[in-house]
Ligand binder design. Structure first.
Ligand SMILES: *Cc1c(COP(=O)(O)O)cnc(C)c1O
Length: 432
């Protein structure tokens, strides 16, 4: 399998090159040159996320130096439970993607990327720095995935005072080869600093660096696996395809679901649930695609005004009208998020995080359409509610219990180095 750029102005390359490069040299995003097509029977005997993923990703790894280790990478990285939890209403399930070490779905992609990059690394190569800007969940997933992996160092930049107390604690508690930098600025400042460093060829010659952001193929590809597994489990049990509703920010998770559908997995309608940031819903309502600055919401991991994977969505569904038929988008503001968190306990028997609440609210919108009552919906539950206790507890009036992995992190000492939002301050941290 070869990989090409969405902007079509870069040479085709191998998966190995695309994984290490991140962005294509023409500024576009890498996509597979063709998509494989599967039948249901191809997955006979594949009963967990790791084995479904290994089967599904095999054609994407054809010709890669990682081909022979794909099964091992999947077994090591994707051994996180992803249960389908039936809600207390008809025809509705949560796909719980928050049982990994950082309690958000990003663990699947980050762990897969870490295992893949570790295998691509030559023994004698100098230490590679993974540089990430985070508004909360990405940093913790990447830190957990690369923690104590030989040959790698992780530097996380997060905006001072803009992440939840628990997120800050998580980011600073790893130690060893992971360092958190608390930037005196906002998320855009963090992202600018990371971009500038990754594009600084003189600096990169001294300090080998990679990014681990949501455009990375090493995160995107494995995210198909849990959607495929959930779709197959549902199809096997109920003999019909479910639709999926996905809390969406940079479009990485939803795009993985759409890719799985294109590969022939039994997936019905796909709905993007966004927070108050209107870029995607405006477009799906027939408007222009207008990227802009993000606005802050309760679902902070989805605070995105310029979804970085939109170029890949356009590549997958180039015809605007067809795209709008194949996918829909529902915008959910903070009031609706609060109301859904409050009501979901009584209505669905489930305490959900603010991101997951956008999907449940979108499901209610879909249900209100004529003839929707018998459709099966699976809502992706993208983070554990305990990560957002400060938002949820006042709404539901009782404590949210932390899962063991999160509780363990919350008990470790945590340390972040404050730095100015200034390039020379970052360089001082990067250079030996
Ligand atoms: C990152 C994140 C999202 C958004 O996922 P995208 O792939 O950026 O669309 C949704 N929910 C949670 C909890 C997240 O951490």
């Amino acid at each position: 399998m070869r990989y090409v750029s969405t902007r079509e102005k870069a040479p085709a390359c191998t998966l190995d090159q695309a994984l290490v490069a991140g962005l294509a040299p023409d500024g576009g995003l890498y996509v597979p040159q063709t998509l494989p097509r599967f039948q249901l029977a191809d997955f006979n005997g594949c009963n967990d996320v790791a084995s479904v993923s290994a089967r599904l990703l095999a054609p994407f790894f054809a010709g890669s130096s990682l081909q022979s280790s794909l099964n091992d990478i999947c077994a090591e990285a994707l051994d996180i439970p992803a249960p389908l939890r039936e809600l207390e209403v008809e025809h509705a399930w949560l796909l719980e993607l928050f049982h990994g070490p950082s309690a958000a779905f990003k663990d699947f992609g980050a762990r897969f990327l870490a295992r893949a990059l570790a295998r691509l690394r030559e023994k004698s190569a100098p230490v590679r720095t993974i540089l990430v800007a985070t508004s909360g969940d990405t940093g913790a997933a990447v830190a957990a995935a690369f923690h104590r992996v030989g040959g790698f160092r992780v530097l996380i930049l997060y905006p001072d005072g803009r992440v939840s107390a628990r997120q800050a604690q998580q980011l600073g508690c790893f130690g060893d080869n992971v360092q958190a930098l608390c930037v005196q600025g906002n998320f855009d400042d963090c992202q600018q600093l990371v971009k500038r460093a990754l594009n600084d060829s003189k600096l990169c010659a001294q300090v080998p660096m990679s990014s681990a952001n949501s455009i990375s193929l090493g995160r995107l590809l494995p995210q198909m696996g849990y959607f495929a597994h959930a779709a197959l489990s549902h199809r096997r049990e109920h003999e019909r395809a479910a639709g999926f509703i996905i809390p969406t920010g940079n479009l990485g998770n939803a795009l993985a679901c759409l890719l799985a559908r294109h590969c022939g997995l039994p997936i019905g309608d796909v709905v993007l649930a966004t927070n108050a940031n209107p870029t995607l819903t405006e477009y799906f309502d027939g408007g222009e695609y207008t990227p802009r600055a993000s606005i802050a919401t309760l679902a902070n991991a989805m605070d995105v005004g310029a979804p970085s994977n939109f170029e890949r969505l356009r590549w997958l569904l180039p015809h605007p009208q067809r795209m709008r038929e194949a996918v829909s988008a529902v915008r959910v503001d903070d009031d609706a998020i609060r109301a859904t968190i409050r009501a979901s306990h009584s209505r669905y028997g489930s305490v959900v995080c603010p991101h997951t609440a956008t999907a449940l609210h979108a499901m209610e919108q879909m249900r209100a359409r004529p003839n929707d009552a018998a459709n099966d919906w699976i809502c992706a539950a993208t983070a554990h509610p305990a990560k957002f206790d400060d938002i949820i507890e006042p709404l539901i009036g009782k404590p949210v219990e932390s899962p063991p992995a999160l509780a363990a992190l919350l008990h470790r000492p945590s340390e972040a180095k404050p730095i100015r939002a200034d390039y020379s301050a970052l360089c001082a941290q990067l250079l030996p």
